[in-house]
Design a protein around this ligand. Structure first.
Ligand SMILES: CCCCCCCC/C=C\CCCCCCCC(N)=O
Length: 536
């Protein structure tokens, strides 16, 4: 056997051993977290959904308002009442503007009664979400509301302006209602911080909502808001959408403005990975919201063009090919993917081709390399609110005495970063090169008529704190940010434990309408959002 082969075999064995140790740690940790959850008592129940207004899509609400079938004020009031019911149990909201929202809703209703009111058709064109309330993650600036990004030191920081996406939503007639919880600095996939605490999963409060737009995923799923705005640099729209059984779309890179978001991307590279997008219970809302958020760039996406599903080329992978330190994809998720394939093959006579994209095994490393940038200020700088650096070891010590204002994972991320590949090193250059190759490989396969079905995440929502031992599972979404491609998280019902599962649908660059059209189709075939509580 040649030395090269011997080395390859040695590396393979090392990987297998590492993965086996990781599985064991995951297993032991699961038992510990289950025990902790048991000690904390049973999952908390939430009030049923009694108000049928809460069950309309945002598009339907807008239609009903402009056709005088429902008043904006009663819709806003219904959502305020619902948030008041769920907030004590789920802790998804961080700040409300209920009074202002009600005033604005009344103004909408009065305007519609006035002589100046345009016809419903004109209103649909000029102000497609006239009178419809919406929520946004607290990283996205809403004028006169706090913008903390879950960082304690920012607890009194109030945004002077609307972020560009909020301005666009207001311009479309929508009414901001509340901001929602995020992970600390939006850099983790469990929503918990020292300022507002932990957000709980509406399907089972012992489980996480995902992150970083976790409050948004939760409030949507619990029918506390008809549409939400999230942002995604590594999965922060898609992971919470998936864990909460709703739809979430990360647009193609560069389409939606990131202005007015905190933390902002530090470099052009990071900007390329970051995208703001819609989160909602009904797939039909994705495209009209994206159209507003994309503003002048909407033309690039041809969102009005009808998509013929039978003409699309479908590809899939059931997992990342066995990446080091990611969990195996749960059987029920694989089974859901197979059902989707059978459904598409039967309904549209298409062939869904299995791929083996080997570079997906390097997803975490590729994302990390793309996140690191020249002259990058490190995470301890970010944790100080870009004002000096926190003392990491001192904070760790404080944390052990429950005195730190930072989460354990934020401190671990800052530590981990010190060992990550450095910008400009040979290894970094190689990984960036490989990212480009992977992008070309995807573009060649998908072109303008291909979609790729891929797990959004290898497991359903873990228990609280469990992501600590499954840290790199976020790479299933993060790799799509590296590629800058559009991806829609699509719910596919609940697993045996009653937790949502689903897949993400990825398209070629600027082919957002394809991924959204497939999500709409799968909603028809698989039922979409399932209410987490009884609809009474
Ligand atoms: C034993 C625990 C080891 C923990 C090591 C943690 C290192 C994690 C590094 C980066 C985590 C980033 C996760 C980002 C998830 C969501 C990002 C987003 N805003 O889209």
């Amino acid at each position: 056997m040649s030395t090269k082969h011997k080395n390859q075999n040695k590396m393979k064995t090392q990987r297998q051993v590492l993965n086996a140790i990781h599985r064991l740690i995951e297993f032991i940790a699961r038992l510990i977290y289950m025990f902790i959850a048991f000690l904390k008592g049973p999952a908390e129940s939430q009030p049923p959904i009694k108000d049928l207004i809460l069950l309309h899509s945002a598009t339907t609400l807008a239609f009903k308002i402009r056709n005088r079938q429902l008043m904006s004020e009663e819709i806003v009031q219904s959502y305020i009442d619902r948030i008041r019911e769920i907030q004590p149990v789920l802790n998804c909201m961080v700040e409300d503007r209920f009074e202002d929202a009600l005033k604005e809703a009344k103004m909408c209703d009065e305007f519609l009664k006035s002589q100046n009111a345009p016809s419903p058709q004109i209103l649909a064109e000029k102000k497609p979400f006239f009178g419809v309330p919406f929520t946004t993650k607290d990283c996205i600036g809403v004028a006169n509301m706090k913008q903390t990004a879950g960082l304690t030191v920012r607890k009194n920081i109030v945004s002077k302006y609307d972020a560009e996406v909020i301005r666009l939503m207001r311009d479309a007639g929508a009414i901001p209602l509340a901001t929602t919880n995020v992970s600390e600095l939006a850099m983790w996939w469990e929503t918990s911080n020292c300022l507002y605490g932990t957000t709980k999963n509406p399907y089972n409060t012992r489980h996480i909502v995902g992150g970083s737009s976790g409050g948004e995923g939760c409030i949507q799923a619990a029918a506390g808001s008809p549409l939400g705005i999230g942002s995604d640099i590594g999965g922060s729209i898609r992971i919470p959408s998936y864990f909460n059984g709703i739809f979430g779309h990360k647009p193609s890179t560069g389409i939606v403005s990131n202005d007015g978001q905190y933390p902002s991307a530090q470099s052009e590279d990071q900007k390329r990975l970051l995208a703001i997008g819609p989160m909602c219970r009904y797939a039909q809302d994705l495209s009209p919201i994206l159209k507003i958020l994309a503003d002048k760039n909407a033309d690039i996406l041809h969102l009005n063009e009808k998509v013929d599903i039978s003409k699309l080329k479908f590809y899939y992978m059931e997992d990342d090919g066995g990446q080091l330190l990611t969990s195996p994809v749960e059987l029920e998720i694989k089974e859901a993917m197979r059902k989707v394939i059978r459904y598409l093959e039967k309904a549209y006579k298409v062939k869904v081709t299995k791929l083996n994209i080997r570079k997906l095994k390097k997803s975490t490393a590729l994302w990390m390399a793309n996140m690191s940038c020249k002259d990058e200020k490190d995470f301890t700088y970010e944790l100080s609110n870009r004002n000096g650096h926190i003392n990491l070891w001192w904070e760790f010590l404080k944390w052990t005495m429950f005195m730190s204002n930072h989460t354990l994972i934020a401190l671990l991320t800052a530590t981990f970063e010190r060992f990550a590949v450095k910008h400009g090193s040979d290894q970094h250059t190689k990984l960036i090169q490989e990212s480009r190759e992977l992008y070309r490989e995807f573009q060649d396969i998908l072109g303008e008529d291909g979609v790729f079905l891929f797990p959004t995440h290898p497991t359903a929502a873990p228990l609280h704190h469990e992501p600590l031992v499954k840290a790199f599972n976020f790479s299933y979404t993060a790799i799509i940010n590296v590629l800058g491609l559009p991806a829609t998280a699509c719910p596919l019902g609940l697993n045996k434990q009653g937790l949502p599962i689903g897949i993400q649908i990825v398209g070629g660059l600027h082919q957002d309408r394809l991924t959204i059209a497939v999500a709409e189709e799968l909603e028809r075939g698989f039922g979409g959002w399932v209410p987490p509580v009884i609809v009474a």
